[in-house]
Write a protein that binds this ligand. Structure first.
Ligand SMILES: Cc1cc2nc3c(=O)[nH]c(=O)nc-3n(C[C@H](O)[C@H](O)[C@H](O)COP(=O)(O)OP(=O)(O)OC[C@H]3O[C@@H](n4cnc5c(N)ncnc54)[C@H](O)[C@@H]3O)c2cc1C
Length: 466
């Protein structure tokens, strides 16, 4: 049970950030305390909004002295509840540390404070004709500190990797206030343990990321963006292999979309149904800088073999955006269909058809009438296996089955050598799964690391580790 900070402690912290850097009125704190899906609402005595690494360091020194619990938050788009404080926990927001420190087109690097939004980083890279390839539907709101802390994935992992793969260096404030400066921009540096990778994906439990240096890549000059109708997920995998082979591995994104997802998106988000043929599944895929004609060759061969039933290629940037809208609005559209129980899972790519078939049967048996909307990053083996409630059922009664249904799906995932959290992390939502599916040794090593870096357990306790 967290100790409620004393008025003296709060006063000491407030004096570090000044009146502009703290929020204590309920209305001002409210946007920081409710997360995107509405699954959690938090409470906190104070929201601290430091402006510099030095201020974060002084705040953590006080927190360490007084055993005050700190929960870091960046853009508040996390989907597992880790950024929402409760029980007197103090929220530390990075939303005033938004400065992009340096962009270097020759080194292909960008160094930034942790509170910069992903979109502002993409824009800064573009301003020097480079690309920062991390791309998520939440990119206008999420911030790089949150992306790093969750090791976010998104649309272009197939070509460029997760956030971890895009990070060259970090600055981290440790639980006792010391600043660990690892902000180098080197691509090669084998000097002992790779400490930065411990903090990436740690969801704020090991330290507070205050700055990062990131990798940039050349900006693609032309895209082929294609939406196809496919008869089944196995056919989609055939297309994936063919496209990767023919393009010289230049497939940036390969997203599976179910017909029910198209229906939700067309109905609720007024997105245009771009492909005429009605099919159980669709794939939206994008290749960059491949020779003209390669996409047509891939498509023609796939139509001939029957792995594709119909297809449409974007002829302009407007059409490209229109095709992407179908995919990007898919999460939001499900909100209008009542409760949705989510699974963010991955399995080896070749096992996806088996996973989708088995998990669909299992949840339909678990609760007849549910509507499976399974979509996502097929090229990475990562599906958002979302299950909308039976029509007419009470939403809260349905959501009460969240963990029981997760168990049904995650057991299948683990049988197929997969992961019960592919890109969203653990937070508070999946702690029980950590206990169930991680080995005792993995948990033991994680707990040891946590103890070394945060001996007083003041950084986001109760998150990640069961
Ligand atoms: C519409 C939508 C689409 C999404 N699509 C994707 C997707 O495709 N792929 C994907 O991976 N995720 C996706 N997400 C989830 C979310 O956007 C990512 O997890 C994102 O990386 C979170 O960033 P944030 O800045 O919002 O972090 P927050 O929500 O603020 O925090 C997330 C976690 O990181 C910790 N944290 C935050 N900042 C710091 C810091 N500076 N130092 C230490 N710990 C910190 C928090 O305590 C919390 O545990 C999506 C979310 C939405 C709403």
């Amino acid at each position: 049970m967290t100790q409620i900070p004393s008025p003296e402690t709060l006063q000491r912290m407030a004096s570090v950030v000044g009146p502009q850097g703290m929020l204590s009125a309920e209305a001002d704190k409210a946007p920081y305390l409710k997360e995107w899906r509405g699954l959690w609402t938090g409470e906190t005595p104070i929201v601290l909004r430091p402006q510099s690494t030095d201020e974060v360091s002084r705040l953590l020194t006080i927190a360490h002295d007084t055993e005050t619990v700190i929960v870091p938050q960046s853009g508040n788009t996390g989907l597992v509840g880790g950024q929402i404080p409760n029980n007197g926990e103090v929220l530390l927001s990075l939303d005033r540390m938004t400065r992009i420190i340096n962009v270097d087109a020759t080194d292909f690097t960008l160094t930034t404070e942790a509170g910069a939004t992903l979109k502002s980083i993409q824009d800064a890279a573009e301003s020097v004709d480079r690309l920062f390839p991390l791309s998520l539907a939440s990119e206008g709101t999420c911030r790089i500190g949150g992306n790093l802390s969750t090791n976010a994935g998104g649309l272009n992992v197939l070509a460029y990797g997760n956030t971890r793969d895009l990070c060259l260096g970090l600055e981290v404030v440790l639980a006792d206030g010391r600043v660990l400066n690892m902000l180098k921009t080197l691509r090669k540096d084998n000097t002992g343990y790779d400490l930065k990778n411990m903090f990436i994906g740690a969801e704020g439990t090991l330290g507070i990321i205050t700055a990062a240096s990131l990798k940039l890549v050349p900006r693609p000059r032309r895209y082929d963006t294609i939406l196809v109708a496919v008869p089944n997920p196995a056919a989609a995998l055939d297309l994936l292999s063919a496209a990767r082979d023919a393009s010289g591995n230049r497939v940036l994104a390969f997203e599976l979309i179910p017909e029910i997802g198209v229906q939700f998106t067309v109905k609720h988000m007024h997105t245009r149904r771009a492909v005429e043929t009605l099919a159980p599944w669709y794939v939206l895929f994008e290749m960059a800088d491949v020779a003209e004609g390669v996409a047509d060759t891939v498509l023609e061969a796939a139509l001939e073999s029957g792995s594709v039933l119909d297809g449409v290629t974007a002829q302009s940037e407007t059409q490209r955006r229109e095709l992407w809208a179908l995919r990007e609005n898919m999460s939001e559209s499900q909100k209008f269909e009542g409760g949705s129980i989510k699974h963010d899972v991955s399995v080896p790519v070749s096992k996806l058809p088996q996973f989708i078939a088995e998990a669909t049967t299992a949840v339909e048996t678990f609760m007849p009438g549910v509507r499976v909307c399974c979509f996502g990053h097929m090229g990475d083996g990562n599906m958002h296996f979302n299950v909308s409630q039976p029509i007419g059922m009470d939403k809260q009664a349905y959501l009460a089955k969240w963990h029981a249904m997760n168990r049904v799906v995650h057991d299948i995932v683990m049988k197929l050598d997969g992961s019960f959290s592919a890109e969203h992390g653990i937070g508070i939502l999946k702690r029980e799964d950590m206990q169930r599916y991680k080995s005792a040794i993995e948990l033991d090593v994680m707990r040891s690391l946590k103890h070394v870096l945060d001996p007083k357990n003041i950084l986001s306790p109760g998150r990640v580790l069961p």
